[in-house]
Design a protein around this ligand. Sequence first.
Ligand code: UD1
Length: 340
Amino acid sequence: MKKILVTGGAGYIGSHTVVELAQAGYEPIIIDNFSNSQESALAGIQAILGREVPCHRIDCGDAEALRQVFKAEGTIDGVIHFAAFKAVGESVQKPLAYFHNNVGSLVTLLQVMQEVGATNLVFSSSCTVYGVPDALPVTEATPTKPANSPYGRTKQMCEDIVHDAAAAPDNKVHTILLRYFNPIGAHDSAKIGELPLGVPNNLVPFITQTAAGIREKLTINGDDYDTPDGTNVRDYIHVVDLAKAHIAAVQRLLDRKASEVVETFNVGTGHGNTVLEVVQTFEKASGQKLNYSIGPRRPGDVPAIYADATKAAEVLGFKTTTSLYDSLASAWKWQQTLGK
Ligand code: UD1
């Protein structure tokens, strides 16, 4: 079995990817410092798989601790690097913490990978690297624009670091950069899902918490954008679909099929939905009436963005299969499980 190290493996996307890796016949090994994830994710993974997945409780920015993990685990066939801070608003409050954690941990990881001879990396990037795009949908060739937040800047810097490291004469690491659109929903089993700490920043957990009575109402961030109903357009991808894109990327790296030492893929559905469409679809999928009102625009929001998903389909053989309705139904099922 091929061993895949998953940094941030107890987090939202990480935990779903660990499950998909194990079910696809890989041996996932988790690294997590639990700064923004919870031990209960490990129990959820175990409940789904019927066995424990090994977890090293270390910080990915700690080079010596990382070296010890590589030493203890023997040959690591691939690394998927999720571990990072991800809240746009918080990154404006604590920019240095974001640069230190997101950029620092990637640099440390790459250095240790070079040292120990680990050669395959999948990196969590984001559609935020496109900034406010001139045309939609965005392809991987769409030029990146200045990021709207320190968080976005860390993703751009990390992509640059990967390219620069790959161009060095002694480089042996092959990387696939996956640019995620908006991941939502939870595992079918409702044993793992998103676990936001405090008040959620993201739309879907805010919706499910409002429907569950934890929040009084959802405020929609503006309805005067140049979009079909005036609210922002995003490409919402089910988290299990997104997890499966990582399996395809890992396999491509292991098969040495990549045409370049660094390859980039959009991972989205290829469809845009407005915030109001998400709210209406949630109401149908959950049978709940949602309390919401229209508020002002949120600073930093891109009016509209969705993926051209052609390259991932053609090159990775990756296609999403879960509808917005089913994604939101899974988010609601997970919220109800949390309530209990
Ligand atoms: C942002 C980042 C994305 C990052 C993600 C991680 C940008 C452009 N995008 O996604 O790269 O990976 O956060 O957290 O920086 N909304 C409301 N009311 C709410 C919450 C959200 O109307 O209470 C709206 C937002 O204005 C937006 C949509 O819902 O139009 C989605 O918002 P959110 O879930 O926060 O994700 P993004 O901002 O798209």
